[in-house]
Design a binder for this molecule. Structure first.
Ligand code: FE
Length: 271
């Protein structure tokens, strides 16, 4: 769903849209990409979050992050910021450039009731701290969080939903196969190229192409093939929380009362 958010940033919402409201524990996935500064320059000025985690992964360009208690940093291409908003944070996310290409993702990952009011925390890693696993002539995998079947482990750790977040490039005429815990919900987002995903239930394969998101069905592994062009995609999975979700804008709690409390706390300057 094409939309805009913040002070007028154009983006495409994949999760948190009419077609896919939520994919427990994932509440939202936005993809933004433009080389026109009018699409992004307004950025996301000061705004609050409570009750979940925001995950920013940049493909191109730079975003400056600042919060109300003095934490600041710049997320650059290939870099990741996993922010646990917990009981509350007020921050801004602004492009650190006035021209050129800006592209990336923001994923919202829910927290269980027991963790919604934890102290805010950050895990931030520039591109060179994201390990890259190269599989013989087949695929290259950047591991942001979780562990691959060959043992590469992402720097983001101790996330309560035990997520897997991989940025995978599969060479042309190759196959990528990776186990995913059966307990997890997962999706792929194709950044470039086309993938043929093997079906658990039949001998058929489903084609997923550039800028499409596909929700993975039941099973314990992803098997994806390429044909005449290489493909790059995100593979993201996490353990569902299975609790009621009450959300209003940047507040995601279990009950409406807790959302009201979050709004009250924010307006009272308690974040
Ligand atoms: Fe934010």
């Amino acid at each position: 769903m094409p939309t805009s958010d913040g002070a007028g940033v154009r983006l495409t919402r994949y999760i948190g849209s009419p077609q896919l409201d939520t994919l427990d524990p994932f509440l939202m996935l936005d993809f933004f990409e433009s080389d026109d500064p009018d699409d992004y320059i307004a950025g996301f000025p000061s705004h609050p979050h409570r009750g979940f985690e925001t995950v920013t992964y940049m493909l191109a360009g730079r975003v400056r992050h600042e919060d109300s208690v003095g934490h600041t940093g710049v997320i650059e291409a290939g870099g990741i910021q996993w922010m646990t908003a917990g009981r509350g944070i007020i921050h801004s996310e602004m492009p650190e450039q006035e021209s050129g290409r800006l592209a990336g993702f923001q994923l919202w990952v829910n927290l269980p009731a027991s963790q919604k009011m934890v102290s805010p925390a950050y895990q931030e890693f520039p591109a060179h701290q994201v390990p890259q696993e190269v599989r013989a002539n087949e695929a290259t995998i950047r591991v942001i969080t979780g562990q691959t079947s060959l043992g590469a482990t992402g720097p983001v750790h101790d996330i309560v939903t035990d997520p897997l977040y991989l940025d995978v490039t599969v060479n042309k005429r190759s196959t990528f196969e990776e186990p995913i815990p059966e307990t997890h919900n997962g999706f792929i987002f194709v950044i470039d190229g086309t993938l043929l995903i093997e079906s658990h239930h039949s001998n058929s394969a489903q084609s997923v192409t550039r800028r499409q998101l596909a929700v993975l069905g039941e099973g314990d592994r992803l098997v994806a093939h390429t044909s005449d062009v290489a493909a790059r995609f995100l593979l993201v999975a996490g353990r569902p929380i299975g609790e009621p979700v009450a959300r209003y804008g940047p507040f995601v709690m279990n009950t409406q009362d807790e959302v009201q409390q979050a709004m009250h706390d924010y307006q009272s300057g308690l974040f």
